[in-house]
Design a protein around this ligand. Structure first.
Ligand code: HEM
Length: 403
């Protein structure tokens, strides 16, 4: 179903009338009236134009994300054909984000435990320092660098890279993520392969060092710190013996951070420019960032592919069919969040789908909120604000303002 919806920006002025589908909605000035109509009228329905089912309300999104007949990749193409046999394909094929089944579930437990033990206070300190350094260079504010570069550099440093190597990793991850959308061109896939090879080279020494230190420290001595040390420690506790998938998922830490955290920073800055109360304590900034994550989700949708028949609310998804899961629409379903269009930091028990749900739920939420909070705080301290009515990057699932 593609419909024609009047676009209404945050200022309330009617904009151009354009055909809207659930993928194009991601980059609209205000996609939420469109999502609200889907939630009310077509909470789980087949979209002929898209050639996929669309899950829009909270019940459908929850059911789809929890349904084990639905997979994160098309069963016939676990790795995009254009990167099979390349370093990008090897990394992609190991990512917990891109795999299902019992082995993936074991590895997910390792990855989630490592991220749960990430030092978010250190991450925030590093993000604040890098933000101040970027701003100290003067000139026009480089929002790109602040939104994408700073979080990626911090995660690289948490993985044990030096500042110089962290910079290089942050650039390379920008190339790697280009191979993820189904629309990736051959040139983007080649660049992603080169980037994946380099990222593995950069991350191999700190992973080997973490592994060696872990073996030496087992049982006594102070454990090594850092994200890769946590990864190796969690692997040991879960009897996970293989180092290569750990390396791939370390690359995954960077790729999962990249677009999503940029969107969270950007959308929080836009919310402030639109009049959100300026937070004056660290707790208030965290509450604002979390609520922006619900209200204007940086990741607006994800996809699932039916390996077997899946039924929800009397509708059957047949094997081979695809489901577009509208996380951002479900976040504003009035059945789960009262007064869903209000931006209310500190909401009591909000139901938030921005970080997914069930088996593939994001294990990086705390880290992402810490990074975004630190960058936004530094920008506010420096007295900087952005436009309230930005254009958005032409992406299919991430909502990232062009600032
Ligand atoms: C605002 C920032 C972030 C958002 C909105 C976000 C959102 C998500 C979502 C929606 C998923 C699940 C996708 C699906 O089920 O199809 C996911 C998975 C994941 N995220 Fe995040 N994420 C963010 C930041 C991070 C960070 C900083 C990390 C780690 C450094 C991270 C690590 C992961 C991993 C490892 C997965 C795969 C989990 C799995 O498939 O089992 N994320 N994220």
């Amino acid at each position: 179903m593609s419909t024609t919806t009047p676009r209404t920006g945050s200022t309330g002025t009617a904009r151009t009338v354009a055909p809207v589908g659930p993928v194009e909605a991601v980059r609209l000035p205000d996609p939420y009236p469109f999502y609200a109509r889907l939630v009310a009228e077509r909470p789980f329905a087949y979209d002929e134009t898209l050639g996929a089912w669309v899950a829009a309300d909270a019940a459908a999104v929850r059911a789809v994300l929890g349904g084990d007949a639905l997979r994160v990749r098309p069963p016939a193409e676990p790795v995009p054909a254009g990167i099979v046999g390349t370093p990008a394909g090897e990394v992609f094929g190991d990512l917990v984000r891109m795999t299902d089944g019992p082995v993936a579930a074991r590895l997910k437990a390792v990855v989630a435990e490592a991220l749960a033990r990430a030092d978010t206070a250190r991450a925030a300190r590093l993000a604040a320092r890098h933000t101040r350094e970027v701003l100290a260079a003067g000139g026009e504010v480089p929002y790109e660098e602040l939104m994408f570069g700073v979080p990626a550099r911090v995660v690289a440093e948490l993985c044990g890279l030096t500042q110089g190597a962290g910079r290089e990793a942050a650039r390379a991850i920008g190339d790697f993520v280009q191979c993820i959308p189904a629309s990736a061109t051959p040139a983007q896939q080649r660049a992603a392969a080169t980037a994946a090879a380099r990222l593995r080279e950069l991350l191999t020494p700190p992973l080997n060092a973490a592994s060696a230190t872990h073996v030496a420290d087992r049982g006594d001595g102070a454990p090594a710190s850092g994200l890769l040390a946590e990864l190796v420690g969690a692997a040991d506790r879960h009897s996970w013996p293989h180092l290569a998938p750990l390396l791939s998922n370390a690359v995954g830490f960077l790729s999962q951070t990249y677009d999503a955290t940029a969107g969270l920073i950007g959308n929080t800055l836009v919310a402030l420019a639109r009049g959100a109360a300026v937070p004056d304590t660290p707790r208030a900034i965290t509450a604002l960032v979390r609520e922006v994550g619900r209200h204007d989700a940086p990741i607006q949708n994800t996809r699932r592919f039916a390996a077997r028949s899946f039924v929800h609310a009397g509708s059957e998804v047949e094997p081979g069919q695809q489901v577009l899961v509208l996380l951002a629409a479900a976040n504003r379903d009035p059945a789960v969040n009262p007064d869903p269009d209000a931006l209310s930091p500190g909401r009591v028990n909000p139901v938030v789908f921005t970080f997914g749900a069930a088996a593939h739920r994001c294990p990086g939420e705390e880290l992402a909120v810490a990074l975004a909070g630190a960058v936004v705080t530094e920008l506010r301290t420096a007295g900087l604000s952005t436009t309230a009515t930005p254009a958005y990057r032409p992406l299919a699932n991430a909502r990232i303002p062009l600032l």
